[in-house]
Design a protein around this ligand. Structure first.
Ligand code: AMP
Ligand code: ZN
Length: 113
């Protein structure tokens, strides 16, 4: 756990959140400012700053997160959705702890803004 990291504190239960799913590796919770009728975030419990921090020592966590996304969306009967991860300021990353947005429930545009 990294000091002063918002998502480390959420994963540890120190800051309240609306839980979607939890296991020993990852935590999923609803976004506080939803951009679609369904919008939740999936984060590793281990602190990784972004996709740019993924390497051979931690990539299994990411595979696990995608398994969880596939399972949780199926359980919620969500058939079509978008998974997004912003890396760095220009791409719109505002919290420097790896997270995957899962968005669903409305038509999506492409290219993304
Ligand atoms: P990003 O801008 O891609 O780094 O995504 C960060 C996301 O975290 C944004 O969609 C925020 O709305 C969301 N967020 C920030 N603080 C909280 C919080 N306390 N609980 C839930 N979601 C949050
Ligand atoms: Zn963190």
């Amino acid at each position: 756990m990294k000091n002063d990291c918002l998502f480390c504190a959420i994963a540890a239960g120190e800051i309240p959140s609306s839980k979607v799913y939890e296991d020993e590796i990852c935590y999923a919770f609803y976004d506080i400012d939803p951009q679609a009728p369904v919008h939740f975030l999936v984060i590793p419990k281990e602190h990784i700053a972004s996709v740019a921090g993924i390497d051979g020592s931690n990539s299994a966590v990411v595979a696990h997160i995608f398994e969880v996304i596939a399972r949780v969306t199926k359980e919620k009967n969500i058939e079509s959705y978008r998974v997004v991860s912003n890396i760095g300021e220009q791409a719109g990353q505002s919290v420097p702890h790896l997270h995957f947005h899962v968005l669903s429930g409305r038509d999506m545009t492409w290219p993304p803004g």
